[in-house]
Design a protein around this ligand. Structure first.
Ligand SMILES: [Zn+2]
Length: 349
């Protein structure tokens, strides 16, 4: 099957490669329609590794996908041929202790698309467990379906925050994930989200949404801005979605006494964290690793019109120009949020 293969760090090829194409009894086979380019795909391309995950063999990229079911396994009851779907890219062991606890995202044996040694889905077809494949409502496009994966991280962050109606939140970082977190926080009941970045272009995209107030921390102090917006009390929740190791002091300053810090962004290394200041406010710290049990909820929010992800698609490329799509993503243009690749416009099999 022709696929976008990361041969090694810095080298991509569109070429034939052997991929599983026979669904087992609990699987579906999907004609892939749209795949989003994720920061992690780009990082494997430019660095050849993320932490302990190292690209040692050629690997197909892509894990944010939507498509059409073209074949169902004998046991599959929830899906039919012709269903338009999106896919949750992590496959846990359903009999594991983590899965039984409902935290299958932290199952040590989880396999995840486009994470070494597992292939991703930038190819015409993929095979996936029906249990992790979700039907799209008629009013949800393939582009939106392929955005459910990054939005799911925002959903997980909002769930971890335990938002109460009327909370004020801060999101640090106005990239794809930061905006996804902000939208999920609003959908989860926040009255207002203050989002920070140093790129006016990224902030302008976030500020296009009602309820999101941008602050450029290249010229303004985040804690002072949050204080002014909250009568000196601080934000109920501060989400970290930048991975910048220098923001931790600001986070502790910006959060209210008894508030929550939710860590989403991955810093490149260990970070200094002022434990005394955190204890003095009795801050609750939560962490977010991917997501569990949020795809259905994400799709409900999108289908209901409460969350509109469409403005986040910056541009699309045809499959044959996948390498150009990755080169553009690697440039990191400030106004680019999500770049998507249309694998097969027809995608009906
Ligand atoms: Zn992703």
């Amino acid at each position: 099957m022709r696929a976008l293969v990361l041969e090694r760090k810095g080298e991509l090829a569109l070429r034939d490669i052997d991929l599983p194409n026979e669904p087992g009894p609990d699987d579906v086979r999907i004609a892939v329609h749209t795949v989003g380019v994720c920061g992690s795909d780009v990082h494997y391309y430019t660095h050849g590794r993320i932490g302990d995950y190292v690209v040692r063999e050629p690997m197909v990229l892509g894990h944010e996908g939507s498509g059409t079911v073209v074949e169902v396994g004998a046991n599959v009851k929830n899906l039919e041929v012709g269903d338009r779907v999106c896919m949750e890219p992590g496959i846990p062991d359903l009999s594991s202790r983590a899965s039984k606890l409902g935290i299958y995202n932290v199952d040590p044996s989880v396999r995840f698309w486009a994470t070494p040694p597992d292939h991703g889905i930038l190819a015409p077809y993929t095979v996936h467990p029906a249990a992790f494949t979700y039907r799209l409502a008629d009013n949800v496009s393939f582009a939106e379906g392929a955005l459910v994966e990054p939005f799911a991280i925002g959903m997980q962050a909002a769930a971890r925050a335990r938002i109460k109606p009327g909370d004020v939140a801060v999101v640090i970082g106005s990239g794809t994930i930061g905006i996804m977190v902000a939208l999920a926080a609003l959908a989860g009941g926040c009255a207002k989200v203050i989002i920070s970045d140093i790129s006016d272009a990224k902030l302008a995209i976030a500020a296009g949404y009602p309820g999101i107030a941008p602050v450029n921390v290249a010229n303004e102090d985040l804690a002072a801005f949050v204080s002014a917006q909250t009568d000196g009390w601080g934000a109920d929740v501060v989400f970290e979605a930048s991975g910048n190791p220098r923001v931790y002091d600001d986070m502790i300053k910006a959060v209210r006494p008894g508030g929550a810090l939710v860590l989403v962004g991955l810093p490149p290394d260990r970070v200094p964290f002022n434990v005394n200041n955190a204890i003095a406010k009795e801050i609750r710290v939560e962490t977010v690793f991917r997501y569990a049990n949020v795809f259905d909820r994400a799709l409900e929010l999108i289908a209901s019109g409460k969350v509109d992800l469409k403005p986040l698609v910056s541009t699309t490329y045809p499959f044959e120009e996948s390498i150009a799509a990755f080169e553009r993503a690697a440039e990191g243009r400030p106004a680019d949020i999500k770049i998507q690749i249309i694998v097969d416009e027809g995608a009906t099999g």
